[in-house]
Design a protein around this ligand. Structure first.
Ligand code: C2E
Ligand code: CA
Ligand code: CA
Ligand code: CA
Length: 283
């Protein structure tokens, strides 16, 4: 695992440094990466903190490149965005996730899956109809799917985003605001946007058990306030990036509903997630 991680960093540097590699990756993404199934979705468990039950997962894309090995999304999602490939890629991702949800639904595995949506897909204006089409085609319960959009994305072109979110939400698909605490959303925006779930960013979580007492207290106060406001608005909170037992305890004490992070489970294949759930169910 450590070797894989180092390898990943080497290639990340390489990607940033050579235009040739960038162009080759874009070409491969445009060409064979989707059809040859080099792209896969990993699923990271989302746990109800009060009970420890796995209630869902976040779908995270991976690229098994034949020469470069496992590539993480931060290395190729920006390339896809620059090269106008994000819409086809986004369609591939949502379809793939819908397919997995349909398969689980047929086998009585009921999980809520979060999928990250790119601002570029919103900008086309077709995101809502695209998502609704896929949900209907695969006959999945709409409430099994949650669209995650980063807090910063909601700042741009607010009207266009707003009506698309409403459409999707009316159809029963859930909306999550991702990376909350890193952008500049006002609480007013949170109250007026059609949003079901607030995901608190891992940069906040990491300070909850900081040795710096001042920082620790500030973060705990901020998170507690966020959780309270969110609950008052009738929305759920997910806190991301729980890595230590102490962070988990603090989050549970604050009344956060759901958690996600390496301590609770790493991203894994859909088959591995099924086994993970079987091992972690209480009976
Ligand atoms: P994100 O949406 O904030 O996803 C959470 C990231 O945090 C994931 O990184 C996950 O592996 C990582 N993570 C989970 N638990 C922990 C933890 O305890 N500690 C730490 N330090 N990290 C943790 P990943 O998979 O590398 O994804 C990075 C970003 O790439 C995502 O951030 C998301 O913005 C984007 N991304 C991933 N998959 C997709 C996708 O299918 N479509 C789009 N448009 N973007 C995606
Ligand atoms: Ca996310
Ligand atoms: Ca996030
Ligand atoms: Ca992020």
């Amino acid at each position: 695992k450590a070797v894989g991680r180092n390898k990943h960093h080497v290639f990340t540097d390489e990607l940033h440094n050579t235009n040739r590699t960038r162009l080759e990756l874009i070409e491969r993404l445009r060409g064979v990466a989707m059809v040859e199934r080099e792209l896969t979705m990993a699923y990271q468990p989302i746990v109800e903190l009060a009970t420890g039950t796995v209630v869902g997962a976040e779908a995270l894309i991976r690229w098994n490149h034949p020469e470069l090995g496992l590539l993480m999304p931060d290395t190729f999602i920006p390339l896809a965005e620059d090269a106008d490939l994000i819409v086809p890629l986004s369609m591939w991702i949502i379809t793939e996730v819908a397919h997995t949800i349909a398969d689980w639904q047929a086998r009585d595995i009921h999980l809520q899956i979060g999928v990250n949506v790119s601002p570029a897909h919103f900008a086309t204006g077709t995101l809502a109809t695209d998502v609704i089409d896929i949900v209907d085609t695969y006959r999945i319960e709409p409430g099994r799917l949650a669209l995650e959009l980063a807090e910063s994305q909601t700042l741009h072109d607010l009207d266009a985003v707003h009506y698309q979110l409403r459409d999707v939400q009316r159809h029963g698909v859930l909306i999550a605001i991702d990376d909350f605490g890193t952008g500049f959303s006002s609480l007013e925006r949170l109250a007026t946007l059609p949003v079901d779930i607030l995901k608190i960013d891992k940069s906040l979580t990491q300070h909850l058990d900081s040795d710096n007492l001042h920082r620790r207290r500030a973060m705990t106060t901020l998170c507690t306030a966020l959780v309270d406001v969110t609950a008052t608005l009738g929305k759920d909170t997910v806190i991301e990036g729980i890595e230590t037992a102490e962070q988990l305890q603090i989050c549970t004490d604050m009344g956060v509903t759901f958690g996600q992070g390496h301590l609770l489970g790493r991203p894994m294949s859909s088959a591995a997630l099924e086994q993970f759930i079987a091992r972690h169910s209480t009976h």
